[in-house]
Design a protein around this ligand. Structure first.
Ligand SMILES: N[C@@H](CCC(=O)N[C@@H](CS)C(=O)NCC(=O)O)C(=O)O
Length: 221
């Protein structure tokens, strides 16, 4: 069945799905959707008009976590979720922390303020950025650090969707010219390097660089 992913390569949620597809060796087509100016019929794929959406034959799905869970059930190998129920729940917990707790600050604040708003000719709100950096993100990074100080992967003993989710958020944090302070959160910083060294990440990341370069050049103008 043909898999088609709808979204923009620079989105952390689209990247998470692309990494899952690539880790699983699933060929897929990507159709570019600008979430801020989607085609008129896009709500048929995602009624919330957000990216990503996935079409697999007759099936249409929205939301990166739902899509990744579907991919796991439909295409189980290689696994991206632990088999053990407790460890699987742990993977979902860290995925949720990344997608719903870290994302509002890493992507929807730092990345949006430093990359997206300047593209529209607006100045970044440095107060909002500093609040994200100094108040909101540190306690969340502490949660990841506590776990990763004990083991290489967030759940179970192998890469899972949780590792992909937090790394994707931190990529957008990086596009916003920030990075995890390795002196304060050494295990989280090392974990990011571990995920980024994977063949899947190298492929997916390199494919988004053309779009990143275009956006950064437009922002600089
Ligand atoms: N929980 C969703 C979040 C998706 C999301 O917020 N995507 C952003 C782009 S990074 C978007 O589509 N924003 C446009 C909007 O909210 O209107 C998921 O995991 O797919």
């Amino acid at each position: 069945m043909a898999l088609t992913l709808y979204g923009a390569l620079i989105s952390p949620f689209v990247r998470k799905v692309r990494l899952a597809l690539t880790e699983k060796g699933l060929a897929h087509e990507v159709v570019h959707i600008d979430p801020f100016n989607p085609p008129a019929d896009y709500p048929q794929l995602n009624p919330l008009k957000r990216i990503p959406a996935l079409v697999d034959g007759d099936l249409t799905l929205a939301d990166s976590a739902v899509i990744c869970d579907y991919l796991e059930q439909r295409y189980p190998q290689p696994a991206l979720y632990p088999v053990d129920p407790a460890e699987r729940a742990r993977a979902l917990w860290y995925e949720k922390l990344a997608d719903y707790e870290v994302a509002p600050w890493s992507t929807f604040t730092v990345f949006r303020q430093r990359v997206l708003l300047p593209l529209k000719g607006q100045s970044p709100d440095e107060d909002a950025i500093q609040k994200a950096l100094n108040e909101r993100l540190p306690p969340l990074f502490d949660l990841f650090e506590a776990r990763l100080a004990q083991q290489s992967w967030l759940a179970g003993n192998a890469l899972s969707v949780a590792d992909l989710a937090i790394t994707c958020q931190l990529v957008n944090f990086g596009y916003g010219q920030e990075q995890v302070d390795a002196a304060r959160w050494p295990a989280l910083a090392a974990h990011g390097e571990r995920v980024r060294a994977r063949a899947s990440f190298v492929t997916v990341f390199s494919e988004e660089q053309a779009l990143v370069a275009k956006l950064m050049a437009a922002r600089a103008r």
